[in-house]
Design a protein around this ligand. Structure first.
Ligand code: FAD
Length: 392
């Protein structure tokens, strides 16, 4: 039997592992992003903002990617693997855009979907799934990053109301969010609150001067005597398991998403190397360049297999948080290495926004840090391997 020619963008033939539905989602997402985002994304990154975030969010809502893996309340009810495939495609355009989708669907919406009352779900989820309402998720504080158990934002009861005071930092989507999920200390441990952005005492100033995720708005949350009714608190959940369950969902999307930034950079570098001539030959004809491309392709292939394996486990209800740590740690670290190597292949052009590589590389510096730093996920896995906790 004559085998078809090898696809240089998929030498291992990974495409065989996807279902027809998964491939359809991939092309539907690609089509929308190619038309609505790709032509403008470098400019948005350069200017540090997305000019019409509302219509973009509504478009993502119509595409069904907001809260894509959640059931009911206007959400698409797709599988975890389908969600992963979409995240890869979105981050191949820009990690900032994937952050918007992750924070909306896996952090803010998932928190309400998993921990909210029926009334809270009915009130918020359909509008968020449609992209009419934008959400953010406030856990990190100026003095509580990797160790969220030390957070000091405080919620106290006042009659049947709650009063919230404190400050959150580095919150994606915050400057334009309609609603914030805020985690605060109470007399009963950490609890989650749904804070409409127009509540008196609440503000979300933007953090400026970022050199990473520039096509994503990041802000503070300032809570100054914010009064909320009892209907704003998640009724049951207490303690860190509330926010950690949400982070686990978002991290799963990152396991896939980071590969998108890697794929884009690898493809640009491969094509560039075939065109760029030095010493009378395309630089692709030099062994050192080939070794770089081969190593990038190998790491991408291994990362993809890992993401797919974790996706299938999640769909089977067997995925453990430690396994998500394994995927997040490996895939973001290797994706960043792929982008850095691609950058070298492009030479001076590698630092220009005319090509996506430096943008992806800079973006991944944030992705390496948020949703648990490399060090935190290393400690999670270190504990799995040794039985010893080295966090403190
Ligand atoms: P720190 O915790 O101060 O850590 C600094 C360094 O010390 C890191 O390298 C860390 O790994 C290391 N370190 C800390 N403890 C240990 C230890 N025990 N052993 C070894 N090393 C250690 N947060 C939200 O709540 N919501 C969001 O939407 C959100 N969006 C973000 C968007 C961006 C662009 C960025 C950059 C961050 C965002 N974050 C968000 C915050 C992010 O989750 C935190 O930055 C992250 O948890 C790390 O916290 P930190 O920056 O305070 O670093």
């Amino acid at each position: 039997m004559k085998l078809p020619p090898l696809d240089p963008t998929d030498p291992a033939g990974l495409d065989d592992l996807l279902t027809e539905d998964e491939k359809e989602i991939r092309s539907a997402v690609r089509q929308v992003l190619d038309a609505s985002v790709e032509p403008y994304i470098a400019e948005w990154f350069e200017q540090g903002s997305i000019p019409d975030i509302r219509s973009l969010t509504r478009e993502l809502g119509s595409l069904g990617v907001l809260g894509m893996h959640l059931e009911g309340y206007g959400c698409a009810g797709m599988s975890a693997t389908e969600y992963g495939v979409a995240c890869l495609e979105i981050e191949a355009t820009d990690s900032g855009l994937r952050s918007l989708v992750s924070v909306q669907g896996s952090l803010a919406m998932f928190a309400i979907w998993r921990w909210g009352s029926e009334e809270q779900k009915q009130q918020w989820l359909p509008g968020m799934a449609a992209g009419e309402l934008i959400g953010c998720f406030g856990l990190t504080e100026p003095d509580a990053g990797s160790d969220p158990s030390s957070l000091t934002t405080r919620a106290r009861r006042d009659g049947s109301d709650w009063i919230l005071d404190g400050r959150k930092l580095w919150i994606s989507n915050a400057p334009f969010a309609d609603v914030a999920v805020v985690w605060a200390q109470t007399d009963e441990g950490i609890r989650g609150f749904i804070v409409p952005a127009d509540t008196p005492g609440f503000s979300a100033p933007e953090i400026k001067h970022k050199l990473s995720l520039r096509a994503s708005a990041t802000g503070e949350l300032v809570l100054d005597g914010v009064r909320l009714p009892d209907s704003a608190v998640f009724p049951e959940v207490r303690g860190l398991k509330g926010p950690l369950a949400c982070l686990n969902e978002a991290r799963f999307g990152i396991v896939w998403g980071a590969l998108g930034a890697a794929r884009s950079s690898l493809e640009v570098a491969r094509t560039y190397a075939k065109d760029r001539v030095q010493f009378g030959k395309p630089i692709a004809a030099f062994q050192l360049t080939q070794q770089k491309l081969v190593n990038m392709s190998l790491e991408y292939t291994k990362g993809y297999l890992l993401a797919l394996h974790l996706g299938r486990r999640k769909d089977a209800g067997k995925l453990r948080p430690e396994q998500v740590s394994l995927g997040k740690l490996n895939n973001v670290r290797e994706a960043l290495e792929i982008c850095r190597t691609a950058r070298t292949i492009l030479g001076a052009n590698g630092i220009s926004l005319e090509y996506p590589v430096i943008r992806h590389q800079n973006n991944l510096e944030s992705v390496l840090t948020y949703e648990g730093t490399v060090e935190m996920h290393t400690l999670v896995l270190g504990q799995v391997l040794t039985g010893e906790s080295a966090f403190r």
